[in-house]
Structure formats: C-alpha cells, structure tokens
Design a protein around this ligand. Structure first.
Ligand code: CP
Length: 311
C-alpha cells in the first residue's frame, strides 16, 4: 500500500488529492470492505465523536457516514436538517461550527451553499469532511464512485466514462472529474446545452491533458461508454420551476436502450434517481448503483480512519 499522510486533513474538494492519496484511500477501503463482510466490530476510533451536521436533505451520505463511524467503534451526534438546529433561530454557520467544535473530534457536513465546508474548516479545530456544498463539491461521493469503478471494472485506467445529466450543478461530477484526471480515462460530458459542465472545469481538465468530449446525443455516447454515470436533473438548483420542467427527462436510460446499444456497460448513479434510469435496468448485471451506495460505508470508514490517524 502507498503510504500517505492524511492525518488531521480536512476533506473539502476532489482537487485536493494526489494519485498516491487516492490509491491509499482505495486500499484502506478495500480492507474495511473485507472486515465488514466478516461483521467484525472494530474499535479503532473508540472514544471519538463525529458531528453529523446535515443542513440539507440526505439519505446515503448522512447514514453511511454515521454507519461508518459506528462500525469503527466511535459515537455520533448531529442533526438531519437545518430546521432541527439553531440555524432556524438565525445562528450563523460559523457560530454553529464553533459550538459543535467544543463537542466533537470530526465533522461531516452538508450545506446548500457553495464554499460552506471551507468556511467551516476555517473556524473548526476538528477535521471537517464535506458531504456536499450546494452545487460545489461532493468529494466523498467521488471517492466511493472511484472505488466502485475499481471494484466493478477491475481498474480505472483505460476506461471511457460518460457523465450525463446536470453537469452544471452536479457536485458529484465536479468532484469526480478531479479524481479521474489522475487516471488514463477518456471523459464524455453528455448534457443539454443549459446544463453543460462549467467551461472553466472543462478547460482546466484539457489543460492537464485529459481527453474530454462534449455532446448532447445519448446513443453515440452510450455506445462508447465503459462506465455510464447518470445524474439527476436537480429541481432544487433551479430558480425558475418552468426551466426545470423544460429540462427534466432530458435523458432516460432504459433496459431496451442498454441492451440495444451497449449491454456490457457499467451504470453508476450517485442516487437519488427520479426518472432518469428506469427500474427495469436494476436487474441488469451492469446496474451497479446500489452496490455503489453500499461502498459508501467502507470508503467513509477509510477516510475517517485515515484523517484520525487510525488506519
Ligand atoms: N449520493 C448522495 O449524496 O445521496 P444523498 O443525497 O441521499 O446523501
């Protein structure tokens, strides 16, 4: 295993990782995945407490962070909505973080504003892990996506990855491309014109030598894909509901289209899905999105253990 030092480091942005760090996290996650299958109770972070601060809705990220901490032998406190915290009384994010910092050793947080995790990290002694900051970044999702690609395809290098849907607002894809750039992958961005990947991100990737294609045509992109990463058109990111209605349903992946165009494709989705992958896809061998959600626990265990110096 490559030895890297993540002790005490905040996890805020996909761009912060080196390839050695990514490989180390993947190796540690694989080890925890094995231990989870053996149902071993670990005591690596016994005596430590995680603050689970979710100012925005979540099923997978919050529950897998909390499960990860419990599986490592630690404890969890927190809230699952801004309305259940003193944010509802007008407390600033900084004051909330300064307060929680008196109680916990590590903070996993989600917040609707871009840059909120950086703001939290600037005032916290505890390690801060970004579980999604608005349309900004979602680095732990990107790590578990990378892990899933390794498990499902055997390797990351050599794959063509199609990223589809709301690439403008999609924090999972914004974080993901910062990981894929360390590997020999071709990226295809498939989105309606209004939801294209921000031009700055695409230019930054190309400047680093990443092969990136952009298209709005589903079938030719699917035909090239080893991995098809579908994302939801996110209603909550639209100021104008009429604009959302125009764009929802832009791309739908069905069993029929997969079997006709590319039956060997691996389908990922950070979830939740709405209507962009039909339920008849779920039974295909390449439909990996619930296995992907399962991988959230061992990858978050790895991150917690590494940043706390317990891996
Ligand atoms: N993938 C993901 O972030 O899901 P949740 O919104 O349910 O946490």
């Amino acid at each position: 295993m490559n030895k890297v030092d993540l002790v005490g480091k905040d996890i805020l942005d996909g761009a912060q990782f080196t390839r050695d760090e990514l490989e180390c996290i993947m190796d540690v996650a694989r080890d925890f995945r094995e231990k989870l299958t053996q149902r071993k109770q670990l005591r690596l972070v016994e005596g430590y407490v995680m603050g689970s601060l979710f100012f925005e809705p979540s099923t997978r990220t919050r529950l897998s962070f909390e499960t990860a901490m419990h599986r490592l032998g630690g404890a969890v406190v927190g809230f699952a909505s801004a309305s259940a915290s003193s944010t509802a009384k007008g407390e600033s994010l900084e004051d909330t973080i300064r307060t929680v910092d008196q109680y916990v050793d590590i903070i996993a947080m989600r917040h609707p504003e871009i840059g909120s995790a950086q703001r939290a990290a600037a005032v916290a002694e505890a390690v801060v892990i970004n579980g999604g900051d608005g349309a900004g970044q979602h680095p732990t999702q990107a790590l578990l996506d990378l892990f899933t690609i390794k498990v499902e395809r055997g390797r990351v290098d050599g794959n063509t990855i199609v990223l589809c849907g709301d690439l403008k607002n999609g924090r999972t894809v914004h974080a993901g491309v910062e990981l894929y750039k360390h590997y020999d992958c071709k990226l295809i961005f498939l989105a309606p014109e209004a939801l294209r990947m921000p031009a700055g991100i695409t230019a930054h990737l190309r400047a680093q030598g990443v092969v990136v294609e952009e298209t709005s045509e589903l079938e030719p992109a699917l035909a090239q894909a080893d991995i098809f990463y579908m994302t939801r058109i996110q209603r909550e990111r639209f100021a104008d509901p009429a604009e959302y209605e125009k764009l929802r349903g832009s791309y739908v992946l069905s069993r029929e289209i997969i079997e006709r165009i590319n039956p060997g494709v691996t389908v990922l989705h950070p979830l939740p899905r709405v209507d962009e992958i039909t339920s008849d896809v779920d039974g295909l061998p390449g439909a990996a999105y619930f296995r992907q959600a399962n991988n959230g626990v061992c990858v978050r265990m790895a991150l917690i253990a590494l940043v706390m110096g317990k891996a």
